[in-house]
Each structure stands twice: as C-alpha cells, then as structure tokens.
Ligand binder design. Structure first.
Ligand code: AMP
Ligand code: FE
Ligand code: FE
Ligand code: ZN
Length: 282
C-alpha cells in the first residue's frame, strides 16, 4: 500500500461543506492516496463516496466519528470498516442523531430569546439526511449576520459557557469501542489530547484497550504538543497504532486535507484488523 492517507474527514452528511463525492474529488486533487470518510454518527455518505473513490482511483476507508462521553468529557471515537447494517450501531447512532435534533432545537430556542434566529434558519443550512450539530447553528447565525464565521460563533454564542449550550445523548467510550468491534470495525480515539490535561484517565484507557481499541489519533492540529508527546508514550506502552489526519470540514474549518497523514503500514494493519466492511482500494 502506498500513501499518504488522511483518516478523518467530514462531508455534508455531517458538518463538512462538500458532498461526499466532491470530498473524494478534493482528496484526489490534493494528491492523497486515500482517505477515510468519518462523518459524525452517520454512514449515509459511504455509498456515494465509494463510487467517487472508484472513479478517481483513490482508496476509501468508510468510517464514522461516533460521539461518546465519559463523565463531562466529550470523546470522539473513530470507527473504521464496520458493518453499517449492524443492529447495535444502527440503534445507537439513530438515538444520538435524534437527540442531537432535540438538543439543537433547545439551543436555538434559547438563542432566539436574544438573537433573531429560528429553527427553519438552521434547517436551511442542512441536507435532509445530515447529522445536525452546532456547526449548522453557526451557519445559520452567519446567514443572519450575527457572526462572521463558524469560528466566531463557537468562540461566542455556541461556547458552552455562553448560556445557550445543551449537551446531547452519547454513550460511554467503552460502549462505543465494544459496538464498533462487535460490528467488525476498528476503533481509534480522535484527537485525544485537545488539551493536555484532558486525556482519558490511564486506567479507563486500559479498559478501552482490553475491549479492542486499535489506536490513537496523535497527529491532529487540536492535540496539544505536550498531549501528543504523552499519547506517543501511551501508544508505545499499550501497543496502540498511531494515526494522523486533518479532520477536514471543507470550508467549515481551517483544517486542510492531508495536513496530517497516517503511515501506509498502519493503514495496512487497520484494514487487516477489520472484518465488517471492505475498503475501496485505489
Ligand atoms: P456538536 O457535536 O454539535 O457539539 O458540535 C461540535 C462540532 O463543531 C465538532 O465536530 C467540530 O467539527 C465543530 N467545531 C468545533 N469548534 C469549531 C470551530 N471553532 N470552528 C468550526 N467548527 C467547530
Ligand atoms: Fe465536526
Ligand atoms: Fe471530533
Ligand atoms: Zn471530526
């Protein structure tokens, strides 16, 4: 297998700005050998992304970024090459997506007391099957002229301290790892060190390893430098794979495709560890 691979990208099926086929075309244009499509809590982009990957001759690892939570701490779990029809995965992702809608409606109602904003303004920023999140509320706030861009929205109105925030349902990371493995997939913790003091406690990480955790996304712009160093130590100690990726969201974030990548040998091991779904190999 040749590289480079970018194992964390988002399309308009969640909070990216490109439809899956355009995202794959962008990856080909960026000179990537392959990408993983990892929309939040949804596999709805797999089919069109796979067709585009065959067309462009790039590799595609269908995946997902599953929302989980440990106590107050939000933990994003990347799952690759699992069976998208698995009953456990289907039930859990449907529950999360449904609660994300209720939660977004709650936030919009609160924001609506202080700013001109309605639920229809948010719906206007999404496609019918999209996983709804704060980025879509951000886009509605931009369209209404309340903020300049998503970054400003997250720094102000959508910040959890701003008074409008509401959490949404999410399972424990341990449950997430079990679900992905039970569906034949391969779990990797996304950006585990967005702040160096926020890495999961080591005894809990050990339980994730025992349940089948495959790797840690060490090379990601949101991991702190000290945190990434600590993650490398933990990866060596627990024999976890080290991945790198962009977390591309189209024009929704500054992250550029391929700004961090994963070694082809790691991708080979990841594919070999999966039994739920086959990658498209370019
Ligand atoms: P939610 O899961 O609905 O709480 O929204 C979190 C999502 O918002 C994450 O998946 C990020 O991709 C996105 N996000 C977080 N901070 C920012 C930011 N500053 N600018 C753009 N998108 C962001
Ligand atoms: Fe996102
Ligand atoms: Fe994430
Ligand atoms: Zn992401």
């Amino acid at each position: 297998m040749r590289g480079p691979f970018d194992l964390h990208t988002h399309s308009s099926v969640s909070d990216g700005t490109e439809v899956p086929a355009d995202l794959v075309a962008s990856a080909a244009a960026a000179g990537l050998a392959g990408i993983a499509l990892t929309d939040h809590d949804s596999t709805a982009g797999w089919e069109s992304a796979s067709a585009a990957a065959r067309e462009h001759g790039v590799s595609l690892l269908p995946g997902m970024e599953l929302s989980t939570r440990h106590g107050w701490q939000s933990v994003h779990l990347l799952g690759y090459l699992f069976d998208p029809a698995d009953a456990g995965i289907l039930a859990e992702t449907e529950r999360i997506r449904h609660d994300r809608i209720t939660r977004a409606e709650t936030m919009v109602a609160r924001i609506g007391h202080d700013y001109e904003l309605e639920w229809d303004d948010v719906l206007a920023q999404t496609t019918p099957d999209a996983t709804i999140g704060r980025p879509h509320i951000a886009d509605a706030l931009v369209a209404k002229g309340h903020v300049q861009d998503r970054g400003e929205a997250f720094a102000t109105i959508l910040h959890w301290r701003a008074g409008y925030y509401e959490p949404h349902y999410a399972p424990e990371p341990l449950e997430g790892v079990r679900l992905v493995r039970a569906a034949g997939g391969v779990p990797v913790i996304a950006h585990p060190a967005v702040s160096s003091d926020r890495i999961l406690p080591e005894d809990y990480l050990r339980r994730l390893v025992d349940a089948g955790l495959f790797g840690l996304e060490v090379h990601h712009r949101d991991n702190s430098r000290a945190g990434a160093k600590r993650l490398l130590e933990l990866a060596a100690k627990y024999d976890l794979a080290v991945t790198g990726s962009s977390d591309y969201h189209g024009t929704g974030k500054l992250n550029r495709l391929g700004e961090n990548t994963t070694a082809p040998e790691v991708v080979e091991r990841l594919v070999a560890a999966a039994s739920g779904w086959a990658p498209v190999l370019g």
